[in-house]
Design a protein around this ligand. Structure first.
Ligand SMILES: *[C@@H]1O[C@H](CO)[C@@H](O)[C@H](O)[C@H]1NC(C)=O
Ligand SMILES: *[C@@H]1O[C@H](CO)[C@@H](O)[C@H](O)[C@H]1NC(C)=O
Ligand SMILES: *[C@@H]1O[C@H](CO)[C@@H](O)[C@H](O)[C@H]1NC(C)=O
Length: 305
């Protein structure tokens, strides 16, 4: 053990700085415990999701999901959503920034879910927005969504078609999400159409995590954790609901003007804001992404399709 003073002093100084930074954050951050739903986090000191979002509201939002013509009758329920949310509430999901922001975040997240799992096109008693959570998987997949991957190779016989609350497609995505949730989704992609808690967990994980380092998550851009850079503002990316669509769907939905795909997601978000009693006038700035360039542009295809 050679004690050369200067490097270790430098390290010690750095550690002290880090410790000081941690302490100053910690001194302000109260840690609260709300039982299984929200434990040991500063975010738990605020209202939790069950304080402002109850069974009857879930039933209102997804009122047609158990009608006989729906495609996942009996699958989705309130309890699964809250159980899945409980993993992320201590990290700020639905608990950041006070009750109003919490309600808005739940409406925004579920707005994406409702839009992606709706079967309200055309049929539509109760209106096209009443049919969220009609599906839990893609009904007629056109392919098995297997792409060569060193890290997440396809399991023979497994199909990686769209499943879940924010449908997951492709072996790579099942692999990444499974690794993070510690669930073997690569070998068992079917879990996401068999267990609604897992399906919601996968969706909330996607909402709470950036797809690439140095990018924000959908959660971050929605609750105001994110400051756009010059590149972002040049690309018309600003904090708000619009940027959540950009992070989840990129140029499949954004930067195309006011296309149906984008409008449909916004309509679900606003419908849920109304039903939850928040009101669509609280939708927030930068609601759409009609003019936003994608955070992660789709690589240009070799031939047009
Ligand atoms: C808790 O709610 C208040 C507003 O009611 C908000 O200012 C504060 O940032 C929230 N705490 C966290 C950790 O988000
Ligand atoms: C569904 O998934 C949750 C979360 O991973 C797990 O705790 C639960 O046991 C699962 N339910 C069944 C019936 O496997
Ligand atoms: C900003 O955009 C330019 C041009 O697209 C790119 O070359 C550069 O890497 C970007 N900078 C950051 C920090 O993302």
């Amino acid at each position: 053990m050679k004690n050369t003073l200067s490097p270790s002093a430098a390290i010690a100084a750095t550690l002290l700085l880090l410790a000081a930074a941690l302490v100053s954050v910690d001194a302000k951050a109260k840690v609260c415990d709300k039982g299984w739903e929200c434990s040991k986090s500063e975010f738990c000191c605020n209202e939790t999701i069950t304080d402002f979002f109850q069974v009857y509201q879930f039933e209102n939002l997804f009122s047609k999901r158990n009608t006989p013509i729906a495609h996942a009758v009996g699958y989705w329920d309130y309890h699964s959503f809250i159980t899945a949310a409980a993993v992320y509430e201590p990290l700020g999901f639905g608990t950041t920034g006070g009750k109003q922001m919490g309600m808005k975040e739940v409406a925004a997240f579920l707005g994406h879910v409702g839009s992606k799992t709706s079967c309200g096109y055309g049929v539509a008693t109760g209106g096209p927005l009443a049919w969220g959570l009609c599906y839990n998987h893609e009904l007629s997949p056109s392919q098995s969504y297997c792409t060569p991957s060193l890290r997440y190779p396809c399991t023979p016989g497994a199909d990686y078609y769209g499943r879940g609350a924010l449908p997951v497609y492709w072996n790579d995505n099942y692999g990444i999400i499974g690794e993070n949730l510690k669930i073997d989704l690569l070998n068992h992609p079917e879990y996401l159409e068999q267990n609604a808690t897992m399906a919601f967990q996968a969706a909330i994980w996607r909402w709470m995590n950036p797809m690439k380092k140095k990018q924000p998550s959908a959660h971050d851009v929605f609750v105001g954790n994110w400051k756009p850079t010059k590149n972002d503002t040049d690309s018309k990316r600003f904090p708000g609901f619009g940027a959540t669509m950009n992070l989840l769907y990129g140029d499949m939905v954004c930067g195309q003007g006011f296309v149906d795909g984008m409008n449909n997601i916004i309509s679900h978000y606003q419908y849920y804001l109304d039903l939850m009693g928040v009101g669509r006038e609280q939708s927030g700035d930068n609601l759409d992404c009609a003019e936003q360039a994608a955070f992660n542009p789709t690589p240009a295809p070799a031939a047009s399709s």
